[in-house]
Design a protein around this ligand. Structure first.
Ligand code: SF4
Ligand code: SF4
Length: 107
């Protein structure tokens, strides 16, 4: 999936991760490629972390089980202000529609 785009001023957009889909390196292509979204980002915006209790609570029972299969690891945005909306992480992620870029209301 090609998602490269013109870079924007940092902080105008933020990546969002679909908690029901992110595999955190423990399934299929994401495991083979070792969470490629993280090294794809030139600005260290993403990191793999344990799913928070709050994020787990917001998942359906089925999605919670799925997250457990993936060892409750997922990509997290740790440096939102560095994102230039370049799309490299989206291009690198082998699971469709996990990462989306959302315009921030105020930067
Ligand atoms: S966002 Fe994509 S590449 Fe990154 S950990 Fe999740 S599934 Fe893997
Ligand atoms: S869109 Fe670009 S800058 Fe933003 S998190 Fe993804 S790879 Fe990093």
């Amino acid at each position: 999936m090609k998602e490269s785009r013109k870079e924007q001023k940092p902080g105008l957009f933020v990546p969002t991760i679909d908690r029901a889909k992110c595999e955190g390196g423990y399934h299929h292509a994401c495991a083979d490629a070792k969470c490629p979204c993280v090294p794809a980002c030139p600005y260290s915006v993403l990191e793999i972390r344990s799913l928070t209790a709050e994020d787990k609570r917001l998942l359906s029972l089925g999605d919670r089980f799925r997250a457990w299969i993936h060892r409750n690891r997922q990509a997290y945005v740790v440096k939102a202000d560095g994102c230039t909306a370049c799309g490299r992480c989206i291009e690198a992620c082998p699971v469709p529609h996990v990462i989306r870029l959302k315009r921030r209301i105020s930067a």
